[in-house]
Write a protein that binds this ligand. Structure first.
Ligand SMILES: [Zn+2]
Length: 527
């Protein structure tokens, strides 16, 4: 049956044909636009709402997001004292067995009256029976209690690893960053394929509510799960037709052995209509909030602190070379300018050997100044930004890197103007996977309290058209789906988001209030 989506403001994101009257869909694909003779078709009357191509989030972590939906949300906590109270209450109200692990996420010491990181001793006040792990908002740092340290074999150990913070006696204090977190997480009960499938399905429900029809998810290196298990979960869901929206997997294979094991056993590219694989994801530094992003000049007021590269240049070169030889795109997590520069240099060198057209990407690109952006453009590197980070970070950026460098960061508009393909993402669970919020941040550069009054670095505000493209066709482009997703055009998949209001006709500060009324995948309404 042919379906006609009509009676809506329809924006196609196709600049040669930006507005159409109606969209005709057959077998999940768009077959025609602006149809005149409408009587013969089943009509989907959208009652004056707005129809756009389905939203794409080009970098998030589905398994982590799905698994956190039933863990303790600590994001609103204002003190370590409150953190302890919430932990105690949670354990009291739930039916835990002895020794069950307790997980929480979202604390941020910036919000604490004590102005310090919580330690094992603090968490011991919640329980000395249950292992407890509370992750910081950025997920690059966690605090574990004494029982968890014992389970991981770290209690009172002398360990020489600067990612394991020490107490006055030189023993682990319970705070672990970056890859050291794995030492604790590996000691927790193993996640099964069934668990992972549930996490993906729970997350997918939320994604559809937010209007997402396509997400690019980085899940292969989370906690103690082997990447084969995570792939198995996705394949089983895809094979049984249970993936409710389209997924691309960003393959975080953290070393040469894993990368080679992937290449020997699997293929990148299309798995089926709902699942594609690739790029290789490289994790190369931490976060600005935790001062673990690698900088060219030291952090503000901390002369010897430059953050840390988590992937040496040699290692990065090796991984990128193997990827290019195997025609894999590379997406590199890079927040600090030192990390971004290193990835650009690696790509520049590799490009001399391989004429690859692989459209490598930098995920985050937060502290890339204009000169660095120009080098990215010259090396044909695209980017995946997190517009919501401007709202979360604008008050701390100056504290971390000083005024001058703050003016040269989060340069979203410059990226667009330079012609770097810029896709929008949430890095969920770091931010909620809400493209409407992302669009609001792009256009207004204001936080949830509508601060600062004129937007942070207002010269970097982008237009509504650009913001919509960032969350639709630019996301499709970064994943090589620009011929099938992200625009309303004949031959494209019939994936749409239906909005309560026309974003071109609401005030900047009201964009955030637009609601997603429905999401359409392959011509089918999700509710
Ligand atoms: Zn991420």
């Amino acid at each position: 049956m042919l379906k006609l989506f009509c009676n809506a403001d329809i924006y196609t994101m196709d600049r040669s044909n930006p507005i159409v009257e109606n969209v005709l869909v057959e077998n999940g694909k768009i077959v025609d636009l602006n149809v005149n003779n409408t009587a013969q078709y089943q009509k989907i009357d959208l009652k004056g709402k707005t129809l756009i191509p389905g939203f794409c989030d080009s970098h998030l972590h589905t398994v982590m997001y799905g698994s956190e939906l039933d863990k303790i949300d600590l994001s609103a906590v204002k003190s370590i004292k409150e953190l302890i109270e919430i932990g105690k209450k949670y354990i009291k109200n739930k039916d835990f067995k002895a020794r069950d692990w307790i997980f929480g996420w979202g604390w941020n010491q910036e919000n604490f009256t004590e102005d310090r990181l919580p330690t094992a001793k603090d968490l011991d006040k919640i329980s000395t029976d249950h292992p407890i792990v509370f992750k910081r908002e950025c997920r690059h740092v966690l605090t574990a209690n004494t029982v968890a340290l014992k389970e991981a074999g770290l209690y009172k150990k002398t360990i020489n690893n600067k990612r394991i913070y020490k107490d006055q006696k030189g023993h682990p204090s319970g705070i672990l960053c970056e890859d050291a977190q794995k030492l604790i997480l590996d000691a927790a009960p193993q996640t099964t394929v069934k668990d992972i499938k549930n996490y993906i399905l729970e997350a997918s429900k939320k994604y559809l509510e937010y209007g997402l029809t396509f997400v690019q998810s980085d899940d292969l290196a989370d906690s103690s799960i082997s990447f084969h298990k995570t792939l198995k979960a996705y394949f089983e869901l895809a094979d049984s037709g249970k993936l409710p929206l389209r997924y691309n997997l960003q393959l975080r294979l953290t070393n040469e052995k894993d990368l080679r094991a992937f290449i020997a056993n699997y293929n990148t590219g299309k798995y089926n209509d709902y699942l594609t694989l690739g790029p290789l994801k490289i994790w190369a530094d931490g976060s600005l909030g935790a001062r673990t992003a690698a900088l060219r000049e030291s952090y503000n007021n901390r002369d010897s602190d430059y953050g840390e590269l988590l992937c040496s240049k040699e290692k990065m070169e090796n991984l990128v070379q193997i990827a290019c030889k195997n025609k894999m795109q590379v997406a590199c997590h890079a927040i600090g300018d030192r990390t971004i520069e290193q990835f650009v240099e690696v790509v520049e060198a590799v490009q001399e050997k391989y004429d690859d057209n692989l459209q490598h990407r930098i995920i985050h690109s937060q502290l890339a100044d204009y000169q660095l952006l120009k080098r990215m453009k010259a090396a044909e590197i695209n980017t995946d930004i997190q517009p919501a980070f401007t709202a979360s970070d604008w008050e701390i950026v100056e504290n971390r890197i000083g005024k001058d460098r703050a003016q040269q960061s989060y340069l979203w508009k410059d990226m667009i103007d330079l012609g770097i393909n810029t896709a929008g993402s949430s890095d969920s669970p770091i931010e909620k996977p809400d493209p409407i919020w992302g669009i609001s941040c792009l256009v207004s550069r204001k936080d949830e309290f509508l601060k600062p009054e004129f937007g942070w670095l207002p010269n970097q505000k982008v237009t509504v058209q650009d913001a919509l493209e960032i969350y639709t066709k630019n996301g499709a482009y970064n994943a090589f789906e620009e011929e099938t997703l992200g625009q309303i055009k004949p031959g494209y998949k019939a994936d749409f988001s239906i909005l309560s209001h026309d974003p071109f006709y609401v005030k900047e500060d009201k964009l955030r209030d637009i609601e997603v009324c429905n999401t359409v995948i392959g011509g089918k309404l999700s509710k």
